[in-house]
Ligand binder design. Sequence first.
Ligand code: UGA
Length: 431
Amino acid sequence: MAHTLSRKIAVFGAGYIGLVTGACLAELGHDVVVRDIQPERISLLQSGQIPIYEPGLGDLIIKNKERLTFTLNADEAVARAEIVYVCVDTPPTSAGDADLSRVWSVLHSLEGAAHLAAVVVKSTVPVGTGARARALLDDLGLHGVGYASNPEFTAEGRAVSDFLSPDRVVIGASDAETASLVEELHRGVDGEVVVMDIPSAEMAKMASNALLATKISFINEIASICEATGADVGNVARAVGLDHRLGPHFLQAGIGWGGSCFPKDSEALKQLASNTGYHPQLLSAVIEVNNLQKRRAISKVKDLLGTLEGATVALLGLTFKPGTDDMREATSAVLAARLLAEGAAVRCWDPLARPEAVEPWASTTRCESVLEAMTGADAAILVTDWPQLREVPWEEARGLMRRPVLYDGRNLLDPAAMRDLGFRYLSVGRP
Ligand code: UGA
C-alpha cells in the first residue's frame, strides 16, 4: 500500500481493536510493536498464532511480520516509538459508566517519554476523556506530546476491510500538527478523513453506535407490532430501506443486539447523559426494547410448550453474530440463563464459540452438531444467523426432536417451508 513516511508506533492492547489496528498500520508501511499485559496472548502472537478469530487478520500479521512485533514490555515498546496508540478495553463499571482504568494505566506508563510525538486513543471512551488525558499527560511532564482521539468504527468479522476501506476516519485533535500526523498515518487508507475537536470525535463514536442500536431496536419494535397486526417485517424493512434518506442497513429484525460494543456503549452514553442531569429517554427506550426482545423469545417458546419446567431446549448459535467467536454480551447467554431459571435443560451448538465453564454455560450441554443439539429437544431457538444453519437437514432434525417447536430468532428460514416440514415455526415479526 502507498505511504510516504514510515512511523514507529506502539499499540497498547492486543485485543480485537489493538491487533487489527497494529496489523493494518503495519500493512500501511509503519513499524509497529503491539504490547499487552497477558503473557499467554503475547507468546501465542510471537509464535505466529492468532488468539482471536477475525477474517484476514492472520494473513495480514504474517504478511507484515517484518514490521510487526509483540511484547509484554511497555518501556521497551515506548522507548522506540514516535506514536502510542491506546487500544485497551473500557468495560462497564458496576455503575454502567466506562471503566477507564486501563487507559489511565497506559498513560501513566508513558512517564518520561517526552520523545513521543503523539498519544492517540482508539478505545471507546466517554466524551471528556480527552481533556482528562491531556491534563494527565501535562502532569507527567509530557506537555510537548500531542493528543488525539481516533475512534474505531470497525465491526467484528470484517474489521480488517473496515479499517483499510472505511466510510470515514475521524480524528479529534486540539492542534493542527497532531491532526496532520494522525492523518498521515492513514495515508493509503481508502476513506474520507474528518478532522474535528476532541469531544466531538469522542461523541461521534458514541452517537454512531447509539444510532445503529436505535435502528435495530426500532425495527424490532415494528416487528412486534407486525406480529400483532399481520404485517411482515421483512417486507416492511425492504420498503422502508429503499428510501435513500433512511437506508437499508441495520433494519434486520431479530432476537436483539449484543456484542462487546452496543450494550456497553449505549449504557455508557446513557450514564454519561444521566451524570449531566439529562434524562436520555430515547436511548433508555432503545436499551429496554432490546432487553425485552430477548425475553419475548423465551415467553413465546414457553407459550407453545405450556411450561419450560422439565423441557429441553436447543440453542443454535451462541456468538453475538456470525463470523466471530466472540461471546461477549451475546443474546444466547441471556436465553440460556432464563431457560435454566425456568427449569429447562439447555443443549447448545455453535461452529466457533467455545464457552468458558462458567454459568450459564457450565449448566448446559455442548453439542458438536445441530442434529445432536436438537436430539430429544422440545424446542429449538435459532439464535445466531450462521450460514451453516441454512444447510441443516431440517426434516431429519425435526424427526429427532421430542416436540417440533422452532423459534427462528433471525428470520433465517422460510416460514412456509418449515411449516410444511411439520415444525411449529415462529419467527420475528412475520405472520
Ligand atoms: C459495532 C458497530 O457496527 C461498529 O461500527 C463499531 O465499530 C463496533 O460496534 C464497536 O464499537 O467496536 P459489532 O459489535 O462488531 O460492531 O457488530 P455489529 O455487526 O454492528 O452487530 C451488533 C449486533 O447487532 C449483533 O448482535 C447483530 O446480530 C445485531 N444486528 C445487527 C441486528 O440484530 N440487526 C441488524 O440489522 C444488524
